[in-house]
Design a protein around this ligand. Structure first.
Ligand code: TYD
Ligand code: MG
Length: 458
C-alpha cells in the first residue's frame, strides 16, 4: 500500500497539481482547484487483482485502415423510439452513455423503464435507492416480466465482479457520483473518484462489448458534475431537461460518437412513468376555444425536429416606476432587443409598459425563428387584437427591423401544413428554391417588421 497523497485537481479539466493555485494552467479557469486525497494502492498489479483480474485483453496491434471492417457495430433496438432516435438508431454494443439532468427530472425513471421493457438481461445498479424503492417505482411503471437484476452496491470493484458473473446484456449505473473505487481515498462524487470509476466502467464496456448507461448529476451551472473529462471519456452524452413544474421532458444529445447531435427525444411524465411523445406540436399548442390577444404560434425547430409552439405576451401599463420585463423560456436580452427594434423601426412604444413573455408548455428555446412570433404576440397584446389561431410564424428579426431567413424553412412549413395551419409568415429572403405550391398552407413573405403590422392587423 502506498502512502496517502494529497493533490489538487481542477474540477473543469481534471488537471493535477501538487500545489493549490487560483488559476488552472491547463484550461485557464479560475478557482477550480479542489483538494483531494488519491493514492491508496498504487501498483497496477494490485489494481488488476481487484478489478476483474480474470479478464485479460490482448494488446492491440496496428491494422491498416482499409482492412478494418466497418459497420459491424451491433445496435440493440430499444422499445423506446425516442431513446433510439437520440442514440442515433439504437444502443451500440460496448458504448458508454452518460445521462445528465437536474434532480427529480426523471433520469432513474427513464432508465428503469428501459430496463424493464427491454427483453434482455439487464443489471441495474443503484447507489441511490434501496431495492424496495426501486421495486415500488417499477410497479408504478408497470413492469412486464423481465430479466432485470437490481444491485444496490457502490463499490465499483464489487459491481464489476458481479457483472462478470452475471454477464448482462446492458448495465445501468445510477449514479456515477455514488460510486467508490477502493483505490481512491476521497469522498464519492469527488473528481478523482468519478474519474477513476468512469475509467473502470469504460474499460469494462470496451472489454466485454456490453453497453453501459451512466446517470450523472449536474451542478448548479447545468454542467455534469465532476470533471469535463467524464464527458470526454464516454461515447454519448445525453441531457435530460424540462421544467419540473411541467410534464414535458426533453432528452437532448450533447455528444454522440455514433450519430448526430441534432436529435431530440420528447417525453411526458405521467403517473405511470414516461410516455413517448411522437408529435410534440399537437400537445404544445394550448387548446382554448376563444382566440385571445397576445398569443402567436411559432414554427420552430429543435435540433432537426420541427415543433409548433405558442408564444404568449402580455403588455400592460406599468404601475410602478420602472417597467418590468420578464421572459420565461426565451432570452430576456433578445426580448429587450426586439422591443428596441419595434420602438425604433416601427415607432411602437413599449417604454411605459410592463412586458411579460412566456413560451407555453415550459419549453425553452433559442431558435432565432421565434423572433417573428414574439414580435407578433407583443403587437397583438399591445393593440389588443387577437391573431387567428390558424396563423403561424417563422423568421428572425434583425436590428434594422428586417426579417431574416431561417434554416430548414421547408421542414417548418411542412409541419405547419400537416397540423392544418392556413397561413405561415416567413422572410421574403427565405424563398430560394421553395416550392410553395406543394403545400396547401398559404405562405406569406415579408421583408420588414412594418409589413407584419400591415398584413396581419390591417
Ligand atoms: P426520478 O426518476 O427519481 O428523477 P431523477 O432520477 O432524475 O432524480 O423521477 C422523479 C420524479 O418523477 C418524481 O418527482 C416523481 C415523478 N414520477 C412521476 O410523475 N411518475 C412516475 O411514474 C414516476 C416513476 C415518477
Ligand atoms: Mg434518480
Amino acid at each position: 500500500m502506498a502512502k496517502i497523497k494529497k493533490v489538487y485537481i481542477c474540477s473543469n479539466c481534471g488537471e493535477n497539481s501538487p500545489k493549490w493555485g487560483t488559476k488552472c494552467p491547463s484550461c485557464e479557469e479560475w478557482n477550480t482547484f479542489q483538494e483531494e486525497i488519491i493514492a491508496k494502492g498504487d501498483t497496477r498489479e494490485e489494481k488488476k487483482k481487484v478489478y476483474r483480474g480474470t479478464v485479460q485483453r490482448d494488446s492491440p496491434v496496428p491494422i491498416i485502415l482499409p482492412e478494418i471492417k466497418a459497420g459491424n457495430t451491433q445496435r440493440i433496438i430499444a422499445p423506446d423510439q425516442e431513446l433510439n432516435r437520440v442514440l442515433g438508431g439504437g444502443i451500440v454494443g460496448g458504448s458508454i452513455v452518460l445521462i445528465g439532468g437536474q434532480p427529480g427530472i426523471g433520469k432513474s425513471t427513464l432508465l428503469l423503464q428501459l430496463a424493464v421493457n427491454l427483453s434482455l438481461k439487464i443489471l441495474y445498479v443503484s447507489g441511490e435507492e434501496s431495492e424496495e424503492q426501486i421495486k415500488m417505482r417499477a410497479d408504478r411503471i408497470g413492469s412486464p416480466s423481465s430479466e432485470c437484476y437490481i444491485l444496490t452496491e457502490t463499490g465499483v470493484d464489487k459491481i464489476l465482479n458481479h457483472a462478470d458473473k452475471l454477464e448482462p446484456d446492458v448495465m445501468i449505473i445510477d449514479s456515477i457520483q455514488t460510486l467508490i473505487s477502493p483505490f481512491i481515498e476521497s469522498a464519492p462524487g469527488s473528481i478523482s473518484q468519478v474519474r477513476e470509476c468512469a475509467n473502470e466502467l469504460q474499460r469494462y464496456a470496451k472489454d466485454t462489448g456490453i453497453p453501459v448507461f451512466i446517470i450523472g448529476h449536474i451542478n448548479k451551472d447545468g454542467a455534469i458534475a465532476g470533471p469535463k473529462l467524464l464527458e470526454h471519456l464516454v461515447d454519448v452524452v445525453l441531457q435530460f431537461e424540462g421544467d419540473r413544474n411541467y410534464t414535458y421532458r426533453i432528452l437532448r444529445t450533447v455528444k454522440n460518437r455514433f450519430g448526430s447531435t441534432n436529435e431530440l427525444g420528447i417525453y411526458e411524465m405521467q403517473g405511470n412513468g414516461l410516455r413517448e411523445v411522437p408529435n410534440p406540436s399537437e400537445i404544445l399548442l394550448s387548446q382554448h376555444d376563444e382566440i385571445l390577444s397576445g398569443s402567436a404560434v411559432s414554427a420552430t425547430l429543435e435540433g432537426l425536429r420541427p415543433m409548433l409552439i405558442e408564444t404568449q405576451a402580455l403588455v400592460s401599463t406599468a404601475v410602478y416606476g420602472t417597467p418590468q420585463r420578464s421572459a420565461t423560456g426565451f432570452d430576456l436580452r433578445r426580448l429587450s432587443m426586439l422591443l428596441a427594434v419595434l420602438e425604433k423601426r416601427s415607432g411602437i412604444q413599449f417604454g411605459a409598459s410592463d412586458v411579460f413573455l412566456n413560451i407555453a408548455g415550459g419549453i425553452k428555446s433559442d431558435d432565432p425563428a421565434l423572433d417573428l412570433s414574439v414580435v407578433a404576440a407583443l403587437i397583438s397584446s399591445l393593440e389588443d387584437i387577437a391573431i387567428p389561431s390558424n396563423i403561424c410564424f417563422a423568421g428572425e428579426v434583425g436590428l434594422s427591423g428586417e426579417i431574416r431567413a431561417v434554416n430548414r424553412i421547408e421542414k417548418r412549413i411542412q409541419e405547419a401544413d400537416r397540423l392544418g395551419f392556413q397561413q405561415i409568415f416567413i422572410s421574403k429572403y427565405n424563398t430560394k428554391g421553395l416550392e410553395t405550391n406543394r403545400y396547401s398552407i398559404d405562405v406569406v413573405t415579408i421583408g420588414k417588421v412594418d409589413e407584419l403590422f400591415e398584413k396581419l392587423f390591417q
